[in-house]
Ligand binder design. Structure first.
Ligand SMILES: C=C(OP(=O)(O)O)C(=O)O
Ligand SMILES: [Mg+2]
Length: 443
């Protein structure tokens, strides 16, 4: 039996480490009386939403990074004294205290990065003290659904040095019957794409972007989608059946606010024309999920597009639109802005607030997709969140580059550990408006 004392926090520590872009970031370690150790690191976005929590960091200034040094100091001298002695299982209370200590809406005093590292490390320390993996600690017997991965294998927008306006072109291996099989399909398509890109564009085309996807010298978004379809066929799979596609348009990145136009494939499109353009893509390719199709403040435009997408059985996902913020999600639910929300814990800061977003989405019949950032570390917490919260969906980059494979590899381990209990939901998780349908014990 565990005594209550075992869960008491006895140490909280911050340190500076490097992320996948070589930028300094902050890592936190939380230790309990019972010897449980939880460690978590803050990731970082390149195409950040306007309403994200403020980070104390400064890009490209390696170890001299004063911002991250401040974040480390905040953990060691402000957060640690406040948390030592508290029960690590009281996540909600601890997260509320972190928000209170900061005192601002955007977490600008302690920094969203200091807060997220500590908040996640607290959960991991409590899980370790209980002798449970994090997914089991979070989900109990409800943790058995493996996520369908959205793998970004062509990078554009702010994540690559090419001219593609859309940021992410993803494959979704829905035809698998396990996560392991899904990864096999994904890797085969990824390798087929590599061969195809070399043949068509030369060796430079397989340089990779921030999330491990290729960054070929393409100009038009359709060109990238066609390459995904061709690679799928070449790998021996059927587009639209075994593999479907997902886009992160990240439209705020190419929206001209003053003139109210989107600059896509060299053309200027107003909202109506942009929606027409996106719908024409849905009619041409088996795309089943579209993230941030429009500018991050245009809730009404999102709702118009979502109506069109839903008729075609396509999910619409809000990332920059919501920034994992329960207040913004509530507004989105009211107007029918999307059918899914992307969940990045560091956008809001605490695990409790991110849980609130997942629960709110599920209650509203929406999907929640647990997501990495373009700047990542080897931290695998999001793999556990996806299984622990039963979201059925994860977005964590290409099946290559260590900081991305760290998450996929952790999911492979989790699936092995779950054994016969594991369930891979496949295509069903991509149906907008339908409740998540997982098998009942009676079959
Ligand atoms: C993962 C993403 O990129 P970033 O981390 O740069 O926001 C995204 O926009 O969904
Ligand atoms: Mg996004």
């Amino acid at each position: 039996m565990f005594s209550d004392e075992a869960f008491r926090i006895i140490d909280v520590r911050g340190r500076m480490i490097l992320d996948s872009r070589g930028d300094p970031t902050v890592e936190a370690e939380v230790v309990t009386e019972g010897g449980g150790v939880g460690r978590a690191a803050a990731p970082a976005g390149a195409s950040r939403g306007r309403h994200e929590a403020v980070e104390l960091r400064d890009e490209g200034r390696a170890w001299a990074g004063r911002g991250v040094e401040r974040a480390v100091n905040v953990i060691n001298s402000v957060i640690a004294p406040a948390l030592i002695g508290l029960d690590s299982r009281k996540q909600r209370e601890i997260d509320a205290l972190l928000c209170k200590l900061d005192g601002t809406h955007e977490k600008r005093i302690l920094g969203g990065n200091s807060i997220v590292a500590v908040s996640l490390a607290v959960a991991k320390a409590a899980a370790a003290t209980a002798g449970l993996p994090l997914y089991r600690y979070l989900g109990g017997p409800g943790a058995y659904v493996m996520p369908v991965p959205l793998l970004n294998i062509i990078n554009g927008g702010a994540h690559a040095g090419n001219e593609l306006s859309f940021q992410e072109f993803m494959i979704v291996p829905v035809g698998a019957d396990s996560f392991r099989e899904a990864m096999r399909i994904a890797v085969e398509v990824y390798k087929a794409l590599r061969r195809l890109l070399i043949e068509k564009y030369g060796k430079m085309a397989v340089n990779v972007g921030d999330e491990g996807g290729f960054a070929p010298p393409m100009r038009e978004n359709r060109e990238a989608l066609s390459a995904l379809v061709d690679a799928t066929k070449r790998a021996g799979y059927e587009p639209g059946v075994d593999v479907v596609y997902a886009l992160d348009v990240a439209a705020s990145q190419f929206y001209n606010e003053e003139r109210g136009v989107y600059i896509v494939d060299g053309k200027e499109l107003d909202r109506e024309k942009m929606i027409e353009y996106l719908v024409s893509i849905l009619d041409e390719f088996p795309v089943r999920s579209v993230e941030d199709p429009l500018y991050e403040e245009d809730f009404e435009g999102f709702a118009v597009f979502t109506r069109e997408a839903s008729k075609r059985g396509v999910l619409v996902v809000g990332d920059d639109l919501y920034t994992t913020n329960p207040e913004r999600l509530e507004r989105g639910i009211r107007v029918g802005a999307t059918t899914a929300v992307l969940v990045k814990v560091n956008q809001i800061g605490t695990l409790t607030e991110a849980l609130e977003v997942v629960n709110m989405a599920h209650r509203a019949g929406m999907r929640a997709i647990i997501s990495h950032r373009s700047g990542e570390t080897e931290d695998t917490t999001i793999a556990h969140l996806a299984v622990g919260l039963g979201t059925g969906l994860i977005k964590t980059g290409a099946p290559a580059r260590g900081e991305r494979t760290a998450k996929y590899n952790e999911l492979l381990r989790i699936e092995e550990e779950l054994g016969g209990e594991a369930f891979y939901p496949g295509e069903t998780v991509l149906r907008p408006g339908e409740p998540l349908r997982y098998p009942s014990l009676l079959g």
